[in-house]
Design a protein around this ligand. Structure first.
Ligand SMILES: Nc1ncnc2c1ncn2[C@@H]1O[C@H](COP(=O)(O)OP(=O)(O)OP(=O)(O)O)[C@@H](O)[C@H]1O
Ligand SMILES: [Mg+2]
Length: 549
C-alpha cells in the first residue's frame, strides 16, 4: 500500500465524523478569538482602570475578563469531550473491524503467528491510528487563521521584510520532509522489532514448562535482552528524532529573528523603518512562524501514523474464509464423498494424493496410518478449513464449497486432535452459549465418563486457560460431551480417546451403538479396540490410501 493510499484511508476514517469535527473547529475558532481579547482587556484594566483611577470600570473589566475565561473553559471542555468521543469511536470501530476480520480469517493465517503477536500488532496499530484525532491535529487547523492575520500584519508593516519571513516556509518544508521521511523509516523499524519481540514473547510464555523442565532460562533471558534492546533502541531513535525536529525548528526561528534584527537595524539606520515597527514586526513574525511550524509538522505527525495504517489495512485485506453465505444449496445429511482429492499446504509438497472414498450416510469409518500420513488433513478439508488443491468433496452429491459455510459446519460435531477449552466453567465449555438444563448436561457427562468428576467439582468448576486445571483425559471427555450435546448428523473424532483410560475408552466406544447409532461417524485413531466396530477402515500412507476394508 502506498503512503498516499494510507493517508486517503485515514481521511476516509476521520471523515465519518465530519459534523462533530466542524463543531470542534467552531469551538476552537471562538475560543482562540476570545483569548485574543484578553490582552486588550488587560491593557484597559491597567490603563483606564488602575492608572485612570476608574474603580467601576476596573471591576467591570475584571468581571468581564473572568467571564471570558469561564466561557473559554466551558467551550474547551465541550470541545475536548467531542474530540475524546471521536477518538473512542475510531478506536472501537478499528478494533471491532479487526476482531470480526480475525474471527473470519483462514486458519492458515494462524500457523505462523501466536496470540501475543497478533494482539500486540493490532493494539499498536490502532493506538497509532487513533492519534489522528489528537488535540494537536485539530489545533493545527486553527493555526491557519492566526497565520493569515499575521501575514496581513507583516505586509502592512513592510513587504520586503515579509518576503524574508515567507522564505522560512520552503526551508521549513524541506527540513520537515527530511524529518518525516526519517521518522517513517524509524517507526517502520520500531514496528518490525516490536512485532518480532511480541511473537517471541508469546512463544516463550507458551513454552514455560519447557523452559523450566529443560533449564533454558538463561538462554531465553539472553534472547530477551537481545530482542528487548532492539525494541528499546529503535524507540530511543524515534524519541531522539522528535527532539532533533523541535530543536531544528527553534534554531530556524532564532535565525529568522536574528535576520530581522540585522535587516531591520539597517533599514532603521537608513531611515526606511521606525524602531517600533521593527519590534512590531518581530512580534507579528512569531504569529506566522509558530503556525507554519505547527501546520508543516502535520507531515511529521502523519509519518508516525502511516506505517501502522498500512499494516492495519494490509492485515484487513488478508483473505477471509470463503463463507458463501448467499449460496442456495443447503447442506443435507447424506453420503460424504471424497473424489480424487490432492492437497498441499505450501504448494510444494503434496500431503494428500488422489484420495477417493465414499462414506455412506450413517456409516462408521476409521482412518488409520502413521504420524504425518495425512489423516487430520482429510478432516480439515472436510471441515472446510482448507480447500483441496485438486478433486472435490461432496455431501449428498453437492460440492461442499457451494454451500453456506455456517450451515455446512453445523452438520458436524468435532472432537479434534488439538482440543481447545475456554477459560470458563465446565458448563459453559460444554454448552457454548446454549441454554441447556443441568440434568441434560449431567446425563451427557455421565455417558462420556465424566460423571464422578462433575459430582466432585460441579459444573461451575473453571477449567483454567485451555483446560490447564484439569487432566488431559478430562479435557478430552469435556470435548466429547460438547460434541454429544450439540448433536449433529456427522461426528468426527480425531484421536478423541488418546488420553482416556481403558475403562473410559470402552465406555466412549459403546456410544457408537447408542447415541451415535444413526450418525455418520468418522474416527481417526491409533488404537485398535474401536476398529471392530467400524464399517470401513481406511489406511493412509504418505498421503495415499493404501488399504480399505
Ligand atoms: N499447517 C500445516 N502446514 C504445513 N504442513 C502441515 C501442516 N499440518 C500438517 N502438515 C504436514 O502434513 C502432513 C500430514 O499431516 P497430518 O496432520 O494430516 O498427519 P496425521 O496423519 O494426522 O498425523 P498424526 O497421526 O501425527 O496426527 C505432515 O507431513 C505434516 O508435517
Ligand atoms: Mg493428526
Amino acid at each position: 500500500m502506498s503512503n498516499k493510499e494510507a493517508v486517503r484511508r485515514l481521511i476516509v476514517l476521520i471523515s465519518n465524523y465530519k459534523k462533530t469535527i466542524a463543531v470542534i473547529m467552531i469551538c476552537l475558532v471562538v475560543s482562540t478569538g476570545l483569548n485574543l481579547c484578553v490582552p486588550l482587556l488587560s491593557s484597559r484594566i491597567m490603563d483606564d482602570g488602575f492608572i485612570g483611577g476608574n474603580k467601576t470600570l476596573l471591576i467591570q473589566l475584571v468581571l468581564c475578563s473572568f467571564a471570558v475565561y469561564m466561557i473559554c473553559s466551558a467551550i474547551n471542555l465541550l470541545k475536548e469531550k467531542m474530540r475524546i468521543d471521536i477518538s473512542a469511536k475510531i478506536q472501537y470501530l478499528l478494533s471491532e473491524r479487526s476482531f470480526s476480520h480475525l474471527m473470519k480469517m483462514n486458519v492458515s493465517f494462524f500457523r505462523n503467528k501466536n496470540y501475543a503477536e497478533i494482539f500486540d500488532n493490532i493494539n499498536v496499530d490502532i493506538s497509532n491510528m487513533t492519534s489522528i484525532a489528537d488535540e494537536s491535529v485539530f489545533f493545527v487547523f486553527t493555526q491557519a487563521f492566526s497565520m493569515t492575520g499575521g501575514i496581513v500584519g507583516l505586509f502592512i508593516l513592510d513587504y520586503r521584510m515579509t518576503i524574508l519571513v515567507l522564505l522560512f516556509i520552503p526551508i521549513k518544508c524541506v527540513i520537515m520532509k527530511y524529518f518525516a521521511k526519517k521518522r517513517k523509516q524509524l517507526i517502520d523499524s520500531f514496528i518490525y522489532e516490536n512485532q518480532k519481540y511480541a511473537g517471541w514473547f508469546g512463544d516463550t510464555v507458551g513454552g514455560i514448562r519447557e523452559v523450566k523442565l529443560f533449564g533454558i532460562f538463561d538462554d531465553k533471558h539472553k534472547e530477551f535482552s537481545d530482542k528487548q534492546m532492539r525494541v528499546i533502541n529503535s524507540q530511543k531513535k524515534v524519541n531522539m528524532l522528535s527532539q532533533w525536529n523541535s530543536t531544528t525548528d527553534t534554531i530556524l526561528v532564532r535565525i529568522l529573528t536574528t535576520l530581522i534584527y540585522v535587516v531591520g537595524a539597517n533599514m532603521v539606520f537608513n531611515m526606511q523603518l521606525s524602531v517600533g515597527n521593527v519590534f512590531a514586526f518581530i512580534t507579528y513574525s512569531a504569529y506566522v512562524t509558530g503556525p507554519i511550524s505547527a501546520i508543516l509538522n502535520i507531515g511529521y505527525l502523519l509519518s508516525g501514523i502511516i506505517p501502522s495504517t498500512k499494516r492495519y489495512y494490509e492485515f484487513m485485506e488478508l483473505a477471509e474464509e470463503n463463507d458463501n453465505a448467499d449460496a442456495v444449496i443447503f447442506p443435507q445429511c447424506g453420503d460424504v464423498e471424497l473424489k480424487n482429492i490432492s492437497f498441499s499446504y505450501d504448494k510444494k509438497k503434496m500431503v494428500l494424493k488422489d484420495v477417493s472414498l465414499l462414506i455412506p450416510k450413517g456409516s462408521k469409518v476409521a482412518f488409520i496410518g502413521k504420524n504425518g500420513s495425512g489423516k487430520s488433513t482429510i478432516i480439515d478439508l472436510l471441515l472446510r478449513m482448507y480447500e483441496p488443491t485438486e478433486g472435490s468433496l461432496l455431501l449428498s452429491g453437492n460440492n461442499i464449497w457451494d454451500m453456506p459455510l455456517g450451515k455446512y459446519r453445523n452438520m458436524f460435531s468435532v472432537v479434534s486432535q488439538e482440543i481447545y477449552l475456554f477459560n470458563d466453567t465446565i458448563r459453559n465449555n460444554i454448552c457454548l452459549y446454549r441454554q441447556v438444563e443441568d440434568k441434560k448436561i449431567f446425563d451427557i457427562c455421565e455417558s462420556c465418563g465424566l460423571g464422578d468428576f462433575i459430582t466432585k467439582v460441579s459444573l461451575d468448576y473453571c477449567v483454567g486457560q485451555n483446560g490447564t486445571k484439569i487432566s488431559g483425559g478430562q479435557k478430552q471427555k469435556i470435548a466429547l460431551a460438547r460434541a454429544l450435546l450439540h448433536d449433529r448428523p456427522i461426528v468426527i473424532f480425531d484421536e478423541a480417546t488418546s488420553s482416556t483410560d481403558e475403562y473410559s475408552e470402552q465406555q466412549i466406544n459403546s456410544l457408537l451403538h447408542t447415541k451415535f447409532i444413526d450418525k455418520t461417524v468418522i474416527v481417526v485413531t491409533h488404537r485398535t479396540n474401536i476398529l471392530n466396530e467400524m464399517d470401513q477402515i481406511v489406511e493412509l500412507e504418505d498421503g495415499r490410501i493404501v488399504k480399505k476394508r
